[in-house]
Design a protein around this ligand. Structure first.
Ligand SMILES: [Fe+2]
Length: 280
């Protein structure tokens, strides 16, 4: 049977992808950002997951304001890097796992958790930057990916509690898949950041740190954080952190924190990263 072995949380700052693509990762500004991922790169090379269910948000690349699915599951064979205005990132196409993805879609919908099914989905920096952070610049990605796109761009985004419940339903689906697969769940986006308005550049390290702590020590408390608290404390784009709760909900009861990295600034955001091992 398929197993959920670990969860990863990470920011997906687009400038990180640009720094990698343009060979700037060793520059003074970027070095501390990337050093915090070195542990994870070694760890994941040893873990060798078969599939990553990768929770991210599209930034008006595959979707637009004309069509806004709250939750959309990638069921295609492959997912091409999206053109975000400067041409697609020079990264490999992402190989999907259609059989597992359709199994998850069926299980979710039978579980009364209706989801949008995507048979074509170009993936933007929200998905490809975490891939680059974990795997560097390979010719082909060493893992298959089931993308899960979440609307955190246009109000109203889903609540943190709903994200957690979706994570639980995803867990049930994956654990019911017959093939022996090592599956990881990644939640991306965050941490505190605001890209526009009078509070542009907002960083709230105490809020971010408490959020990182509670993902292990008291995750139930995170389910109850309302949208307005994310906006007030973590900035308008800090709402992306609800996606981490899909990852945490899917990991089950207890987790062990294997690795943590937090750095300010990257672009004008805080970068946060956790590796959580499923314990029970
Ligand atoms: Fe984002």
């Amino acid at each position: 049977m398929a197993r959920i072995t670990a969860g990863i949380a990470t920011s997906h700052v687009p400038a990180i992808g640009a720094a990698i693509d343009r060979g700037k990762a060793r520059e003074e500004y970027w070095r501390p950002v990337f050093e915090g991922y070195e542990w994870t790169r070694k760890w994941i090379a040893a873990e060798r997951p078969d599939v990553v269910l990768l929770v991210y948000n599209d930034h008006a690349s595959a979707f637009s304001l004309e069509m806004i699915p709250t939750f959309a599951l990638g069921c295609a064979e492959t997912f091409e890097p999206a053109d975000e205005g400067f041409g697609p990132r020079p990264v490999p196409a992402v190989q999907g796992h259609p059989d597992l993805a359709w199994h998850i879609a069926q299980s979710l919908i039978m579980d009364e958790f209706d989801i949008t099914i995507m048979n074509r989905l170009d993936v933007d920096h929200g998905l490809t930057v975490p891939m680059s952070l974990m795997f560097g610049q390979p010719q082909e990605w060493p893992v298959r990916v089931v993308p899960l796109a979440v609307n955190v761009v246009q109000y109203p985004p889903p609540t943190g509690n709903r994200c957690w419940m979706l994570g639980e339903a995803i867990r049930k689906a994956i654990l019911g898949y017959a093939e022996d697969l090592n599956v990881q769940i990644w939640g991306t986006g965050g941490m505190s950041h605001q890209l526009q308005g009078l509070r542009a550049g907002l960083i709230n390290t105490p809020f971010d740190t408490a959020y990182l702590d509670k993902l292990t020590s008291d995750p139930q408390a995170l389910r109850r954080i309302p949208h307005i608290e994310y906006l007030r404390e973590a900035g308008s784009e800090g709402i992306e952190m609800v996606m981490w709760l899909i990852m945490r909900g899917a990991l089950g009861g207890r987790v062990a924190e294997l690795h943590r990295h937090y750095h300010v600034p990257a672009s004008n955001t805080a970068v946060g990263h956790l590796v959580l091992q499923a314990v029970s």
